[in-house]
Design a binder for this molecule. Sequence first.
Ligand code: IMP
Ligand code: MG
Length: 176
Amino acid sequence: MIQLHDRAFIPFITAGEIEFAIKQMAKQIEADFGHEIPLFIGVLNGAFMFLSDFLKHYKKPCEVSFVKLASYKGMTSSQKVEHLIGIKEDLSGRSVVVFEDIIDTGNTIESLQVLLKQESVKTCKLATLFFKPDAFQKQIKIDYIGMHIPNNFIVGYGLDYNGLGRNIPEVYQLKN
Ligand code: IMP
Ligand code: MG
């Protein structure tokens, strides 16, 4: 058990399980892009660890960039999504894959998809390491999902609770 701020968290997903899911995603995305060179866009802060480990398993040519958005304060999704840091690359005609650490309500990924479509990308696919189907409120298609998880608050592997926990190599869930 670990303590972050005022809350206790218990072990939930091992580093090995995460690595397995990421390897599967890398294989699938390699196969889907053929000879095209995709641009992978990680959503900061949470997706830094996921995209970094994913790239070590992705064996074909690719480009990488990051955007920063925020929709979370504490433990509830605030509905409000802010666009904090824009993308400098020319995205027109590019095949883009957006990498999220976790998709919860879907607010963040939906606004990012809207922003990317305005940049006249060729295709925009969505990848997330963790997906909470019971919290998801959108009609958009998530192309690549590492793991489906219950609607519990998790930390570790890039995910935080008010700033803490991102450096934990495994995933912990909130102890009720
Ligand atoms: P959404 O906009 O509701 O889909 O939330 C997406 C963002 O909220 C993610 O990129 C995370 O930063 C954050 N988030 C959602 N669920 C969790 C969680 O269980 N733990 C930590 N952060 C979360
Ligand atoms: Mg995030």
